[in-house]
Design a protein. Structure first.
Length: 325
């Protein structure tokens, strides 16, 4: 009988390092936060091959893009430690951190820190094609979705309506997820939808392509007042041909930012910031979503009102960006 050859499997004596779970709050399926946040999560995770030759590579990092209600829900969950990071509008982050505006009756969210400004979001006023709504004042008495509670859109509308001498009571307000609002507009159960997101928004493009809706400009003196009274708002335009529009659509813009919890390790925050601005990450963003073209290091601190996380601050100081402030 021939000898039996035994194969031994050599097991490591030391267990692999524990994974680093990094949860990123995004938004609903109808907006921009979910696709952009998902691309960022994929780009910075340790499984992404393009980071392996970098000094800031985190092999144990598992970044997870989590669907959420949007800006308000994200800043609250980041502050409470239920998320490590998330996307949020600059105005919502400002109000939450300082305990002002819509957050004046809450304890200031002092665990919030800035990581990066990503791109400018545009206020979309979407109306049914057969409606007689041609400007914001025509919304009086109409059925209007202000997005779901927990979204930045809903908070923005309080300031915007007030600037135009309108109130919630002057319209028939609904608080719906974007997908639900789109369905109701298609079935003639809504007249208009407000949505704050980076253009082009896929569901809006589909509505316009189906000749169900159009995007209405937000213009007039109040838009200048808003831009002057709130440092995070600015006059914005949605370019021609974005939604079959022959001319640019004037509206209001607000920066979309990536916010992080102050308790995240400084070195990890530095590495994540570095990976975010990696050339390959920027390429993934450009290829993955039209708004990815606007994510640029040169505007990483534009409209950044929150204190920077020390890890992010170190990165920007090395890049010479803080010297320009």
């Amino acid at each position: 009988m021939r000898g039996v050859v035994l194969a031994f499997v050599c097991l490591p004596l030391i267990a692999a390092a524990d994974p680093i779970i990094f949860r990123i709050g995004t938004g609903g399926s109808g907006g921009t936060y979910l696709p952009i946040g998902s691309l960022i999560a994929k780009a910075i995770s340790g499984t992404n091959e393009h980071n392996r030759d970098k000094a800031f590579y985190e092999p144990q990092l598992i970044a997870l893009a989590q669907r959420s209600t949007g800006s308000v829900g994200n800043v609250e969950d980041i502050n409470d430690g239920l998320l490590e990071a998330g996307l949020a509008q600059a105005d919502v982050a400002h109000w939450a951190y300082n305990g002002t505006g819509p957050f004046e009756n809450e304890t200031p969210h002092k665990n919030l820190r800035g990581l990066a400004t990503l791109y400018l979001e545009s206020v979309h006023l979407i109306v049914r094609n057969d409606s007689q709504i041609n400007d914001i004042h025509d919304l009086v008495g109409k059925r209007v979705s202000l997005d779901e509670k927990g979204s930045g859109t809903r908070l923005d509308m309080l300031s915007i309506l007030d600037a135009y001498d309108l109130t919630i009571d002057s319209i028939k307000a609904f608080y719906l997820k974007t997908s639900d609002a789109i369905d109701r507009l298609r079935s003639d159960e809504l007249d208009a939808i407000f949505l704050v997101a980076g253009y082009p928004v896929k569901v809006v493009s589909e509505l316009v392509a189906d000749d169900k809706a159009r995007v209405v400009p937000i213009t007039g003196p109040p838009i200048e007042v808003i831009a002057n009274d709130y440092p995070f708002f600015s006059v914005d335009t949605i370019p021609a041909d974005t939604y079959k529009n022959e001319e640019a659509i004037v509206t209001i813009g607000v920066p979309a930012q990536m916010i992080i919890n102050s308790q995240v390790n400084d070195e990890l925050a530095y590495n994540i910031t570095s990976m975010l601005w990696n050339a390959n990450t920027l390429k993934m963003l450009r290829m993955g979503h039209p708004k990815g073209n606007d994510v640029k290091l040169s505007s990483a601190l534009t409209g950044m009102d929150l204190p920077l996380h020390p890890g992010a601050e170190r990165f920007y100081r090395e890049q010479g960006l803080l010297d320009e402030l």
